[in-house]
Write a protein that binds this ligand. Sequence first.
Ligand SMILES: [Zn+2]
Length: 240
Amino acid sequence: MLNNMKGQISILVKLQKIETETDSIKLKLSDVSKRLETLDDGLKEVERTIEDQESIINELKKRYRDYEFDAQMNLELEKKSQEKLRSVKTNREYQSILKEIEDIKAKNSKIEDEMIGCLDLMDETEKVIATKKDEYLQLADSIKNEKKSINQEVEQRKKKLAELETDRKGVSGMAEPELLKKYFIIKEQNQGGLAVVPVKDAVCHGCNVNLPPQLYNELHRCETLKFCPICHRIIYLKES
Ligand SMILES: [Zn+2]
């Protein structure tokens, strides 16, 4: 095993690279359902705005019908007053009915203003709805495309994961079992992070601390497994 140390370390480095890539792909895959949900949420929001605006339109229509009814009632009242006017006996009575008619006309003019206001609001709301419906169609279309590309991406990643798994099995099989065990223990101690790190110019790239000169010299001989005295990872020499 001693003579083979360099080879064994390079197997571990390969294994680590495969596992790091696997983890990163798994992380991206776990994010996919959230990404799809976010896309749907955007669409639902536009849908809700359209529904809100449609209920505003319905409310305005109802209000308009109420005004129409009031206006009709007032016209009939006015007609009755006009008839009364023809049969009055005194000037006082005549003046009082004239006043009545004026009041009714004033009321109706107010109602007409309200009706016009209602129609204006309906127009504006219809425009908002039309814009939102366009927005909805465009968004639905782009979401459809985006989902398609996300699904393609998922397929590619799953394929890559399967390839990496084959590689991982192959590389693990080449490692000395004892060394492999140490590798996994150190990886575990680093919360799944790096277990094997290079040393360049006497600096450990796991913790960026300078190695003692003696250890650095021994590392050059590459006879036994070496560990960083600070971060306790497996170290290997990488020429600068
Ligand atoms: Zn270190």
